[in-house]
Write a protein that binds this ligand. Sequence first.
Ligand code: UDP
Length: 342
Amino acid sequence: MSANILIIGGAGYIGSHVNALLRERGYKTIIYDNLSTGHRDMVMGPFVYGDILEPDRLEDVFITHKIDVVIHLAAKSLVPESLTRPLFYYENNISGTVNILKLMLEYNVKNILFSSTASVYGSPDVIPVTEDVKPQPNSVYGFTKLAIERMIQDASLIHNFSYVVLRYFNAAGASLDGNIGELHIPETHLIPRVLDVAMGEEPEIVIYGTDYDTPDGTCIRDYIHIVDIADAHLRAVEWMLSQKKDKSGIILNVGSGKGFSVLDVINTAVEITGKDIPVNIGERRQGDPPKLVADAKLIEKVLGWKPRYSDLKTIIKTAWKWHSGRRMKLLKPTVRNKILSK
Ligand code: UDP
């Protein structure tokens, strides 16, 4: 089935993979992105530069194209930053989504896929965590995502549109050919930081706490391959387009169901890269739950989705191919020079 899909925030890490897969499957996509964390070089197909806090600019896209589905990925998404810049997070994430939903209603767009996060769960008592566990976010970031989930649910009931909310666990890895991957400036995430050390760009990886109540004392996360995440989006879009009712809605975890510690990640990276990765022990980072692992049975049942690439070795192998290859070429020359001159 062909449909026009507007990917808001489509130049980022997740959006660029989602866009690539949808286009490969014959969908027409349009990317709207303010390039605050995304990269123009990662976008295939039509691109409109703009911010979700600029409704007039966004409206032009709805006027120019008949949109069937909105995929909303345009959020600020760092837990520590959300704790130091709360109003920025509330404004961008929540007000920005109000703008998107109002335009969808005005232009009669009946489907939205919203990228949420496992951060809505906070530090759950029971692992793996199912979708019906009461969300208790312990960061501004997690709270803004939960508020948006509620906003979408409330609006859908009254205004008759379908939604899928995907609660991602830890997105990781790169495309299998190494052509697109993760590129945050500055980088805060564990796997790319570990690979920065393997590349010799950083002297050591600091582990944020080794005194957690976990088998090796470091935090446990559910790392999910970006290609599997893209596949979840494709299936979610197809699910919405195939619904008979206007207002079908569902919230789904996207995780592998397996947990790995920070030390597991570092050890696997040493094995895959064959490089030395010096480690230092640091303080705990504010807002970090000790363990976060998905129960992913519901998404398998509803969308027939199963992770195919989310074993830690494949994740790190693909991330390494990208990290040591095309990523270096795409880094802006000034940033690259700074890294290389360290
Ligand atoms: N982490 C770490 N050192 C780093 C970056 C991350 O020890 O330089 C840990 C972090 O405390 C968490 C895990 O790695 O337990 C994953 O963090 P990341 O920022 O990649 O994702 P998050 O779970 O915060 O979404």
